[in-house]
Design a protein around this ligand. Sequence first.
Ligand code: BDR
Ligand code: CA
Length: 313
Amino acid sequence: KRKVIIDCDPGIDDSLALMLALSSDEIEVIGITIVCGNSPVEMGFENAKKILAHMQRLDIPIFVGADKPLKKTFCDALDTHGADGLGESFLKDIPGYHQTMDAVTFLSKTLKKQSCSIIALGPLTNLAQLISQDVEAFDKIEQLVSMGGSYKSHGNCSPVAEYNYWEDPEAARLVYQQMAKTKKQIHMVGLDVTRKIVLTPNLLSYMERLHPEKGAFIRKITKFYFDFHWTQEHLIGCVINDPLAVAYFLFPELCSGFSSYVQIETDGISRGQSVVDAFHFYRKEANAVILTQVDVKAFFQLFISRILHLDLA
Ligand code: BDR
Ligand code: CA
C-alpha cells in the first residue's frame, strides 16, 4: 500500500476527498495535516475529526498547521463552505482527541522515517513552512499532488487565480520553486480538470437511491455548496474539486496532461496565477505536470462506488 499524508482545509470538498481516500484500500492515510484556508485552522481540525468519526477512523492522527498564510492576510472561504466550514451541517463536535505535535513537525519526522506521498488539498502554507524548516524532509516526498492553480481555465478568486494558490501565493511559489531546484514535478490538479467534476442533483439522488444512509450524509454536507453554486454562477450542481486529486493519485490514468515549467505570481492583478510556460519560452526544466483532461464518467463511477462502499463496476 502506498502511504500518504493528506494536507487539507476541510471544507466540503476536502471532506469528500478524505472520505474517498479512507474508502480506498490501495492507499494508507498515515496522517492528516490541517492548514488554514476554507476555514480557520482550528475549525478545519474539528471538521477533520467529524469526518474521521463518521468514517469510524479516529485512529488516524490529525495535526494542526498554519493559522495564517506566509505573508498575506488570512481570508477564509466560509461564504462557499458555510459558517461551520462543512456546509452548515452542524455535525456534533468530537471531544477528547489530542494532537501530539504540529503539522510541520509531523511532516518532517514522517518524511525522514518512511517513504510517503502528499496530497495537498488546500493552500500550500504547511509545505512552504516545511521547506523553510526542513528542506531535506520536503525533498523526500515521494509524489506531491496539489489541487490548485489553473492553466486555461478562468480562476475562481480572480480572473486568473484559483483559491488555494490565491490564498497563499508566496507559499505556492516557494513549493514550485523547490520542485524546480530538485528537478521534481508537482502534479497540478487545477481548475482545468476539477471544474469538470460537477456533482449534479441527479447524481446525488442516484447515490441516495443506492445507499440511503450514506447518500443522505452527502446531501447534508453538500446542500450549502449546491446553493452557493446556484447563487454564484447559476450552476445546477456543485464543483467538487478536491476528490479528483485523490482519485488521480489512486488512478493516474483518469487524467492526462503535460509537463511544463510553472511559476506562481504573488502580487497585483495576477496574484495567485499559475503561469504555465507551455511553449517553453523560458527554456526551464519542467517542475510540474499540468492536468488538462479528465474522464468524468470514470471519476464518478469510482467516487460513487467508493463513497457508498458498493461495487458498481
Ligand atoms: C479549492 O478551494 C477550496 O474552496 C476547495 O476546497 C478547493 O481545494 C478550489 O479552488
Ligand atoms: Ca480544499
